[in-house]
Design a protein around this ligand. Structure first.
Ligand code: DQA
Length: 151
């Protein structure tokens, strides 16, 4: 929190830097910059700050969670394929005890068998899957409301 403005860390994992060109049938045509820009616009409208980061590396995502654990009020994360096997990311989220919204552009429950299991969900406050870029905006609205109410 800086000057009483709540910060929300928005993390995107492996391959999400390629949004727009990567498998548009599943992930749509919006680029990550478009999603982040819309999040920034919504954030300024509702009076919160978003810090948007993407990495293709599990350890970098974990370092970012650690680094921001005392200064942000909550986290929105699309862990990409790490969703399905990263116990290290699960443990990092569990350790920092922040409300975390897990977001997926596609509906992971209606895709290949291996995508249907998320090891992140047990430590997520909420999961939003299959709503495309709108899922990130919904996550921010819900998190901001929760943070305001829990003040
Ligand atoms: C994803 C779904 C994952 O299975 C996949 O590996 C991704 C993106 C989604 O946003 O739908 O990279 O998290």
């Amino acid at each position: 929190m800086v000057n009483n403005v709540v910060s929300v860390l928005v993390l995107n994992g492996p391959n999400l830097n390629l949004l727009g060109e990567r498998d548009p049938g599943h992930y749509g045509t919006a680029k990550l910059e478009d999603i982040n820009r819309d999040l920034e616009k919504l954030a300024s409208r509702i009076g919160v700050e978003v810090i948007c980061r993407q990495s293709n590396h599990e350890g970098v995502l974990i370092d970012l969670i650690h680094e921001h654990r005392k200064t942000c009020g909550g986290i929105i994360i699309n862990p990409g394929a790490l969703t399905h096997y990263s116990y290290a990311l699960h443990d990092a989220i569990e350790a920092v005890k922040l409300p975390v919204v897990e977001v997926h552009l596609s509906d992971i429950h209606s895709r290949e068998e291996w995508r249907r299991k998320s090891v992140i969900t047990p430590v997520a406050w909420k999961v939003i899957s299959g709503k495309g870029p709108a899922g990130y905006l919904e996550a921010l609205e819900q998190l901001a409301l929760y943070l305001e109410e829990s003040g």
